[in-house]
Design a protein around this ligand. Structure first.
Ligand code: ATP
Ligand code: MG
Ligand code: MG
Ligand code: MG
Length: 439
């Protein structure tokens, strides 16, 4: 992309309404624009990162054997009356009446709808196990939408639902989700710690939240510092193996790690004092096992091996896709701007031309640009007729991992400058070596 043809409305001033750094930087980097409280437009740069995050979520869900579909944002109130949640859900639900006076709502989650789909088609235990998921906009009329996309009213969520015959199979689905979530966050360069939590309006007993440690997080968390040393890394986990997924679940959840709702002071005392941590975290996902809570009231039964109708065992599992952008920036920035991890960066490399209009500099930039494209990488070329300082500031704010600076002086010696956004270190290299370093 050439910056002169792009739409990147970078703000010079720090917007006063933004209280936390990720919100400030998303506004300043021209990623989002608020349209109403907690409702945002995703400007091109923000949209690009959102799509990258979404893509990683899709890939990891499908790697775990989960099947994508797409349900609508608007739902009929009748389904929610069947489960009893139309009245229970409260003021976070945005209720809408259509022209015929029918009660509708903007979905805050999809347990009822997916259960309805399931019961309409699946009859036999032979069709299980089944896990369906979608990535779709949700609406929750939060009392206090704040911190930008972290607590929006309209937000993008991945929500998945497992249907199993036995409790054991459903617990395997729970563990499988735990593993796939950790892999998802790690691919984005994020550490999200599974912590024992409270199930809230979704219901059920077994639940873990995934928390990214950050001072600006809204949850208070208590944990054993040793949990932060546990990583999945490059391990290949067989998602069909109950034992393998169970082992990872045990490994990640055996040490003390809880959110304030389930915190147990006496148990926490048993953690060696030097490892006890009280901190804040951002909830970027949650998994639930709730058994037959929805299947019984909504009649989602299959014929079991004994021929008898059996209500299916279910769980639901969510990732805050749009909130993840905020969490990623909270975890990856400095005083100059965002520092994107390679896995989610909107462009791989920024090319800064120090002397636009200089035939040699222009030519060298064009050649670099084409080489990166040929390698399947996306460069962002700042080809505007602007001063170097302004170009550097833009690149720093939007946080691409690499910057190549091209100017007549370096070119005389056959070199360009390659700078790492994360370390700030620069190196003079020939264009060929610069490409090799980044690719
Ligand atoms: P919170 O405790 O932050 O209100 P929640 O527990 O109500 O979140 P879940 O029902 O567990 O949310 O939804 C799954 C995921 O969706 C959450 O883990 C979170 O990452 C994301 N999410 C929930 N509410 C919002 C929101 N208002 N804005 C952005 N993301 C959200
Ligand atoms: Mg909530
Ligand atoms: Mg919560
Ligand atoms: Mg939650």
């Amino acid at each position: 992309m050439r910056l002169s043809r792009y739409f990147l409305p970078v703000l010079k001033e720090t917007p006063s309404e933004a209280q936390i750094v990720s919100h400030r930087l998303m506004l300043r980097a021209g990623m989002i624009r608020q349209q109403a409280a907690g409702i945002y437009s995703w400007l091109p740069l923000g949209y690009k990162v959102l799509k990258k995050v979404e893509q990683i979520v899709h890939e990891e869900q499908q790697r775990a054997g989960h099947i994508p579909l797409l349900m609508p944002t608007l739902q009929s109130a009748d389904l929610w009356r069947e489960s009893g949640r139309y009245d229970d859900y409260g003021e976070e639900m945005l209720r809408i009446t259509d022209r015929h006076g029918r009660d509708m709502l903007y979905g805050p989650t999809n347990e009822e709808m997916i259960t309805d789909i399931f019961r309409s088609y699946v009859r036999s235990y032979k069709d299980l196990p089944l896990t369906l998921y979608h990535i779709q906009w949700k609406f929750r009329d939060e009392v206090r939408p704040r911190f930008g996309v972290m607590r929006g009213r309209e937000f993008l969520m991945k929500d998945g639902y497992n249907f199993d015959l036995t409790v054991e199979d459903a617990l395997h689905a729970y563990n499988r989700h735990l593993v796939s979530y950790i892999r998802t966050y790690e691919r984005m360069g994020l550490q999200a710690i599974p912590m024992r939590a409270d199930s809230g309006p979704i219901g059920g007993d077994d639940t873990h939240e995934f928390l990214v440690l950050a001072d600006t997080g809204e949850s208070e968390v208590f944990y054993d510092a040793a949990v932060t040393d546990i990583k999945l890394g490059k391990r290949e986990i067989d998602y069909d193996s109950h034992e393998a997924c169970h082992a990872v679940m045990e490994e990640f959840t055996s040490l003390y790690a809880r959110t304030d709702e389930t915190h147990d002071a006496a148990l926490f005392e048993q953690v060696p004092e030097e490892r006890r941590r009280v901190a804040r975290g951002i909830e970027v996902g949650q998994i639930f096992f709730f058994g037959t809570k929805y299947s019984e009231v909504m009649g989602a039964t299959v014929q079991g091996p004994d021929g008898k109708p059996t209500p299916v065992q279910m769980g639901s599992h969510g990732i805050g896709v749009s909130r993840l952008l905020g969490a990623l920036i909270e975890a990856n920035h400095d005083d100059k701007g965002i520092i994107w991890p390679e896995g989610v960066t909107p462009f791989h490399v920024g090319i800064v031309n120090l002397k636009q209009g200089d035939a040699e500099a222009d030519g060298a930039c064009e050649a670099l640009y084409k080489s990166f494209e040929a390698l399947g990488l996306e460069p962002l070329y700042d080809d505007r007729d602007e001063r170097a300082g302004g170009k550097f500031a833009t690149m720093d704010i939007i946080g691409l991992p690499w910057r190549i600076t091209v100017g007549p002086r370096g070119l005389k010696n056959g070199v360009v400058e390659v700078t790492s956004r994360r370390t700030g270190e620069s190196e003079e290299l020939t264009p060929e070596l610069a490409i090799a370093k980044i690719a």
